[in-house]
Design a protein around this ligand. Structure first.
Ligand code: 6R9
Length: 701
């Protein structure tokens, strides 16, 4: 192990104090069956074969017409992939599997109540349902290029609605079902959708939650922004029974199951779409600024998610693959729906929360369905470890492969995932990427590259990352210094633009490191990901978190993630979050929020966390306060919303909390923390406008 804590850093860089972890190798059994087991693949995807290497992904699809230009760079950074090619995404995910696999399960849907039966939707059944819904959309006058907003939970209606749109070339925009009506309304207005598709209700943590109630709020919010919605299509959780308290508005709201009665057996020919036609929009959650609609293409996106599903998820048609994410998140679009279905595998969907009714639920599902590949996020792993550390042992399931995605995973947590969840048998991939990217950017090819806890791995096939400091100098691998991770080249999964805001696309992702705006050479256009990272000698990247998450204590830039990792070396700690507090002497100081594993006595925990941070990072990082809280405010994809707790710590207004999964925890935390601060004499002076902006956008979720 190398200790890199002594590396000298300048203000343009971020210090890193992490130790290198040991390697883990996949089993011979895994390697023997893996899709990517021949090292020649690295050569095929090496830079000298770019961009043609991506043909290897594109030929996994069925095309109506082949492309004439693999990559068109004539209008940087608005790259075009597979130009001249035509295909249909719905055809690729459904129709092409019918001849051989008509009666194979495409989707297996597990409702949250354990008393409800599991639904198996075969490729044939999916074909029928998608066609019928597509015919309905067509009769409503929707056509190629129109937008439609969904506000759907984790039910089969969601992938069915997506694939029906894809069939007709309608651009879908799913707003995460847990978001508020207002958040949905903003996105309706931005996308220019005239139809909202929602559901009456769904189960979450044992309750049947009213979803349709949010539709009225959404329409009101959209109207305020000048957008009119003509129709609200309402799927019913229990067809024939309406489970929402809000009245249906006559002439505007319709039950999908009633409308579909007239569409039985209707078939709609898949529209042959240009490869560059947009397939969907996926909004990234903004703080106060207008939401960013990441516009993803049909051909490039589908090729990229299919290729990465094949090689990095190691999906074979005979696998039972379970990605435990929400389809309202990019992970669900790419790695529950489009990638797995395009490969003709069986994709499992689960409606509810991981720990309902207890922390054994995921493992019961895995055992019952014979899941072979499991995919989830660190937040879920931490929660399952906290509530049921020994549960996996009680169930007879065997994963060959597991994924972690969404945030850096602490090595402690990684090892529990590997040893306990994976039973030491599963290869793990830690996949680093973003909504903007369509698919993975950094990971290990599971049969060929060893795993290293806490590091995502090198750039994936055809992705050439680099770390730049603030001045644009490359930070070499093994230097122990961190900087801004960028991708030097375009790739097919990258978003095409920010919907209707091309300038913003350029500004946010390219302006920083582009030296010549007139250049038509892609080498001059590195993609700025906005994450801090460090590259080890072996080429593996360790992601430190968003660069706007960095806490600058007396000139030392500390990554939130390593502070949190240090806190997690205390075995009693379940979760940790680091935020800055404004301090007139040191600029910023670190404040930690931690939650404890169940049954732990909070006495003495503060001191343990402080000492762990001092040992792992140094006295400079010593937190001003450690707050023990029952739960952290989180987004639905499980990311801690640091700006909310940062605001609490600095007595600032917490801002918009509508995109939180658990807004109810905020008041309790504020009360507890601010009362304690007042008692300690820590009431701050009034913040300047810049300070306020920094705190209220900290972590920028
Ligand atoms: C797919 C997804 C993107 C941000 C990204 C980074 C963080 C994602 C990660 C990771 C470390 C990983 N992130 N995966 N950090 N290791 N394996 O999460 O998209 O919701 O847009 O978030 O998440 O900070 O920039 P999105």
């Amino acid at each position: 192990m190398t200790d890199v804590s002594e590396a000298q850093v300048s203000e343009a860089e971020i210090a890193s104090h992490w130790r290198e972890e040991e390697y883990y190798s996949p089993s011979a059994r895994f390697i023997a069956q893996a899709n990517g087991a021949d090292p020649a693949i690295f050569e095929r995807f090496s830079e000298k074969n770019f961009p043609e290497c991506f043909k290897e992904y594109a030929v996994l699809l069925s095309w109506d017409h082949y492309w004439h230009t693999t990559l068109d760079t004539s209008n940087p950074p608005f790259w075009k992939w597979f130009v001249g090619g035509r295909l249909n995404a719905s055809y690729n995910c459904i129709d092409r599997h019918l001849a051989k696999d008509r009666n194979k399960a495409a989707l297996i849907w597990v409702p949250e109540p354990e008393s409800e039966v599991t639904h198996v939707i075969t490729y044939q059944e999916l074909y029928k349902r998608v066609n019928e819904f597509a015919a309905l959309l067509q009769d409503l006058g929707l056509k190629q290029g129109d937008r439609i907003t969904f506000h759907l939970p984790m039910v089969p209606a969601l992938p069915i609605s997506m694939l029906a749109c894809a069939r007709l070339g309608i651009i879908h925009s799913e707003v995460f079902g847990g978001f508020s009506g207002t958040a949905c309304g903003d996105r309706i207005a931005d996308s220019g959708s005239r139809i909202l598709v929602t559901m009456d209700a769904y189960y979450r943590n044992g309750d049947l939650l009213d979803q349709k109630a949010k539709a009225d709020e959404a329409l009101a919010a959209a109207k305020e922004l000048g957008a009119e919605v003509d129709r609200v299509l309402v799927w019913r959780r229990h067809p024939g029974r309406y489970s929402s308290q809000t009245p249906m508005v006559s002439g505007r709201d319709f039950f999908v199951d009633e409308l579909l009665a007239d569409y039985r057996g209707r078939v709609v020919e898949p529209v042959s779409m240009p490869a560059e036609a947009p397939l969907f929009l996926m909004y990234t959650s903004g703080t106060t600024a207008r939401p960013k609609g990441c516009q993803h293409s049909t051909g490039g996106y589908l090729a990229y998610v299919t290729g990465t599903s094949r090689y990095y998820q190691d999906i074979h048609p005979e696998d039972t693959y379970w990605c435990f994410a929400d389809i309202g998140w990019i992970t669900g679009h790419s790695y529950i729906v489009y990638g797995p279905l395009s490969l003709g595998t069986t994709s499992v969907m689960y409606e509810g929360v991981p720990t309902y009714p207890d922390a054994g639920r995921p493992w019961r599902i895995a055992e019952r369905l014979g899941v072979t590949i499991f995919h989830t996020a660190p937040t879920t792993i931490r929660m399952l470890r906290k509530l049921g550390p020994d549960e996996p042992k009680k169930y007879n399931y065997h994963f060959k492969h597991m994924t972690t995605v969404g945030e850096p995973i602490e090595p402690e947590v990684w090892r529990w995932y590997y040893n306990v969840v994976g039973k030491g048998e599963a290869a793990i991939v830690d996949t680093w990427w973003q909504t903007e990217n369509g698919g993975f950017l950094g990971s290990t090819l599971p049969a060929l590259q060893a795993m290293k806890p806490g590091s995502c791995g090198p750039g994936v096939l055809g992705i050439y990352p680099v770390i730049y400091d603030e001045e644009g100098r490359a930070v070499p691998a093994g230097s122990g210094r961190a900087g801004n991770i960028c991708i030097r080249n375009p790739w097919p999964g990258l978003m095409q633009t920010v919907w209707r805001q091309p300038e913003r696309f350029l500004d946010v992702y390219y302006r920083k490191y582009n030296a010549d705006p007139d250049s038509k050479d892609w080498h001059d256009w590195p993609y700025f990901a906005g994450d801090g990272a460090l590259q080890a000698e072996d080429g593996y990247f360790r992601i430190l978190g968003r660069v706007d998450d960095v806490i600058n204590v007396a000139g030392h830039r500390l990554g939130t993630k390593e502070l949190e990792s240090a806190a997690l070396t205390v075995p009693e700690i379940a979760e940790a979050a680091a935020v800055p507090v404004i301090d007139d002497i040191r600029g910023r100081m670190v404040e930690m929020y931690v939650s404890l594993k169940p049954g732990i006595d909070p006495d003495g925990m503060e001191a343990k966390v402080v000492s762990a941070i001092e040992t792992e990072i140094g006295k400079i990082a010593r937190p001003k306060n450690v707050w023990i809280v029952p739960d952290m405010p989180k987004t639905r994809s499980g990311k801690i919303m640091r700006r909310v707790i940062a605001s609490v710590s600095n007595f600032a207004d917490v801002g918009d909390t509508t995109t939180l999964a658990n807004p109810e925890v905020v008041d309790g935390i504020r009360h507890h923390v601010q009362a304690a601060k007042v008692a300690r004499g820590e009431t701050p002076r009034e913040l300047t406008e810049t300070e306020l902006a920094e705190i209220q956008s900290f972590g920028n979720e």
